[in-house]
Design a protein around this ligand. Structure first.
Ligand code: 5AD
Length: 351
């Protein structure tokens, strides 16, 4: 683990030559610990129905002008088959949050079907499955694990309690979310979390706290990206946030800081980076990330899953995204690990 002083030094970098040096250090660290291959998780955004009202999010409950959807089971299974056919070793099933029995049943049933139909000689245990469906009871998490999901992403968004309160409706509890993360770990999920970077009023001390939080909670995977205003949300419309360039740069510094602080975790280079710069996801890879999430959400519903303004790839098909990412990874000189779950080494390491 880096010292707090070292983390803050990284987050304070501003000169281009220092940024280059940071990118080199993070790349070396990654190469040494996990190798340089990039792991894929095909992302299916299967429902935008959400019971939460987070102040930053474009699919929040009270967002008026979007059409709510849930993909049919067959559409999700087709997307999973697409992923398996392309050699994506694992999937992420993401949706808005719904704690109803029916929503958990739906997810559990889909997971079982995906596991069964994607088992092959290349992937004897079927596609790896990551869930990103929010806060659920411990019993629900257990059912989803038993159905065959083995990873779970639940971002903490900000580990600063005051900031957490500011960006969520009254009643949402930071401690509740931490409890969920601990339950996920206890059950045996490979557990991921992350934060938004460049939130209104967020300091580099807050971000250093976030890195220490990841370490302390012993999580296996990190997904972070810049905060990107959505004009239809309170935080997007009224927030006073740093310039896009600052948010992008800070995000890259966070990726590098986490890589250097906790070398054996998986770190995603998120789509949000690309919303701020056409080469944003390549940049993430160049600062120590080793996971990409090609969007395989089918067809028209992509436009109804805009968590933030300017989300890229809305008009693209899963096939377009497949080809585009191959050339993006190629441009970094790295190679893609096909037909592999790409589990985070951190999960297997004793600490
Ligand atoms: N900008 C950036 N990221 C966002 N998310 C939601 N809204 C935004 C936004 N406006 C992220 C949250 C959430 C993840 C699924 O998407 O971190 O956990």
């Amino acid at each position: 683990m880096l010292s707090r002083k070292e983390i803050l030094e990284i987050l304070s970098i501003s000169r281009p030559d220092e940024m280059q040096d940071l990118s080199r250090r993070a790349g070396l660290c990654l190469e040494e610990q996990l190798g340089s291959r990039v792991y894929y998780r095909g992302l299916i955004e299967y429902s935008n129905i959400c019971s939460r009202d987070c102040l930053y999010c474009g699919i929040r409950r009270s967002a008026g002008d979007i059409q709510r959807y849930t993909l049919a089971e067959e559409e999700i299974l087709n997307a999973a088959d697409f992923a398996a056919g392309k050699g994506y070793g694992s999937l992420t099933l993401q949706s808005g949050e719904s704690a109803s029995e029916a929503a958990v049943d739906f997810a559990a049933s889909i997971i079982r079907k995906i596991k069964k139909r994607t088992a092959s000689s290349l992937l004897p245990r079927g596609l790896g499955i990551t869930l990103c469906i929010g806060e659920q009871t411990e019993a629900s998490y257990r059912r989803l694990f038993e159905a065959g999901a083995h990873r779970y992403l639940l971002r903490i968004e900000s580990s600063n309690p005051a900031m957490y309160r500011r960006i969520h409706p009254r009643g949402d509890s930071l401690q509740g979310r931490i409890d969920c993360l601990r339950n996920l770990k206890k059950i045996g999920f490979q557990t991921g979390t992350g934060v938004m970077i460049g939130l209104p009023g967020q300091s580099i001390e807050d971000l250093a706290d976030d890195v220490e939080f990841f370490y302390r909670e012993n999580v296996d995977m990190i997904g972070m990206g810049p905060f990107i205003p959505h004009s239809g949300t309170p935080l997007g419309a009224f927030g006073n946030y740093p310039a896009a360039e600052t948010r992008l740069e800070l995000s890259l510094k966070m990726i590098a800081a986490v890589r250097l602080a906790i070398p054996d975790v998986n770190i995603a280079s998120t789509t949000a980076l690309q919303a701020l710069h056409p080469m944003g996801r390549e940049m993430g890879l160049n600062f120590g990330a080793n996971v990409l999430m090609p969007v395989i959400t089918p067809g028209e519903v992509r436009k109804q899953y805009q968590l933030y303004d300017g989300k890229p790839c809305l008009d693209d098909s899963p096939e377009d995204c497949a080809n585009c990412l191959i050339s993006r990874v190629g441009s970094t000189g790295r190679s893609i690990a096909f037909n592999s779950w790409g589990d985070p080494l951190h999960f297997f390491a004793d600490r």
